[in-house]
Write a protein that binds this ligand. Structure first.
Ligand code: CO
Length: 209
């Protein structure tokens, strides 16, 4: 059984170490948070945002769900996005997926897992949009990895189509939305080069006037 006391023991050590390194660390953070990044990533325990990009508490505002999906009616995700962009003033939104994503693999297998099937439907929609390309990839692991990339691209587009991001751009705010992917096998991140930072980069039919 997992010894939960270990969590508290580790926490005391960590807090003491932080205080030794920077005596005002906690006082400063108590006053306010000023993260420059909003991270939208997969819930996978191996994709721990602070660790993999070397950030400390106070530096990233985070939203995570299975498959790093951004759904335009998901009040949870929209609330994080609005608070991050309008109140905290983040300059970058990062949608980060990862190769070997269990959610993406499950959506490809289309087997019944329970309530989560309704969530994975969003990944199946992405799959269907790119059916021709995906069916052209014979190896199943490669097909899944390509879907991981396509999913990040689709979710970057979904972030940009929200009223929140479009209004920020209309106000003249400097805000860029990026798509990154993480490899579980070597721990490295890759920029998918799908950055969007202006309204004219999104399809006309999604622009709010
Ligand atoms: Co995942």
């Amino acid at each position: 059984m997992l010894a939960l006391e270990e969590c508290f023991e580790a926490n005391r050590k960590w807090a003491a170490r932080m205080r030794r390194r920077d005596p005002e660390f906690f006082e400063r953070l108590r006053e306010q948070q000023r993260p420059a990044l909003l991270w939208i990533g997969c819930s996978d325990s191996r994709l721990a945002p602070d660790h993999i990009i070397g950030k400390q508490p106070g530096e990233i505002f985070v939203h995570r769900n299975v498959g790093n999906v951004v759904v335009h009616t998901d009040l949870n995700c929209l609330s994080v996005l609005q608070y991050g962009v309008e109140v905290l003033g983040v300059r970058h939104v990062i949608v980060c997926g990862h190769y070997g994503c269990g959610g993406v693999q499950a959506s490809l297998r289309a087997e019944r897992l329970g309530a989560i099937d309704n969530w994975l439907r969003h990944l199946r929609d992405v799959q269907l949009m790119h059916r021709a390309e995906l069916e052209g990839i014979d190896r199943l692991d490669q097909r899944a990895d390509r879907l991981c990339e396509l999913n990040v691209e689709a979710q970057v587009a979904n972030v940009c189509r929200t009223s929140i991001v479009q209004e920020a751009w209309q106000r003249g705010a400097s805000l860029a939305v990026h798509g990154w992917i993480y490899s579980l096998s070597d721990g490295l991140l890759r920029d998918l080069d799908v950055t969007v930072e202006r309204t004219d980069q999104i399809p006309d039919r999604y622009r709010l006037r």
